[in-house]
Design a protein around this ligand. Structure first.
Ligand SMILES: [Cu+2]
Length: 122
C-alpha cells in the first residue's frame, strides 16, 4: 500500500516535470520599467509578457492596478490586451513618490501570473 502510494507520487512528479515551463507568462519588460525613476509623469502603463494572454469577451480577466506609497489606488483607464502586451492609460498626473504596478494576468494555458513591479517619480 505504502509502496503503491509512493510510486504514484513519483509518477506524478515525473509527469509534472514534463509540463512545459515556457507556457507560464512572465513579465519580460515594461514601461515604466521596474525600478525606473521618472521625472515626467507616465501617461500609460505597458506590460510585455512572455506568452500570449487569454482573453474572454466582455470580461476583464487581465487586471492591472497602480498604487501609490500609501497604497492608494490611482485611477486608470480600461485595460487593453493585444497578444502578450497589456496597456492601460493613467488618468491623472502622478506626484513625486513611489508607485507599484500590480498585475494579475491569465496566460492562454490558463495559468495565472500575479506580481508587481515598482517605479518612482522624482
Ligand atoms: Cu503556464
Amino acid at each position: 500500500m505504502g509502496i503503491k502510494v509512493s510510486i504514484a507520487t513519483i509518477i506524478l512528479l515525473l509527469i509534472s516535470s514534463f509540463v512545459p515551463v515556457q507556457a507560464h507568462s512572465v513579465l519580460v519588460s515594461s514601461n515604466p520599467a521596474n525600478g525606473a525613476i521618472l521625472s515626467q509623469s507616465p501617461t500609460s502603463l505597458v506590460l510585455n509578457f512572455s506568452e500570449t494572454l487569454a482573453q474572454i469577451k466582455n470580461k476583464d480577466i487581465n487586471k492591472v492596478s497602480l498604487l501609490d506609497a500609501t497604497k492608494k489606488i490611482i485611477k486608470l483607464g480600461k485595460v487593453s490586451v493585444s497578444n502578450s502586451v497589456v496597456k492601460v492609460i493613467i488618468a491623472q498626473t502622478l506626484a513625486k513618490g513611489k508607485y507599484q504596478i500590480h498585475f494579475h494576468v491569465v496566460a492562454d494555458d490558463g495559468h495565472i501570473t500575479d506580481n508587481f513591479i515598482s517605479f518612482s517619480m522624482k
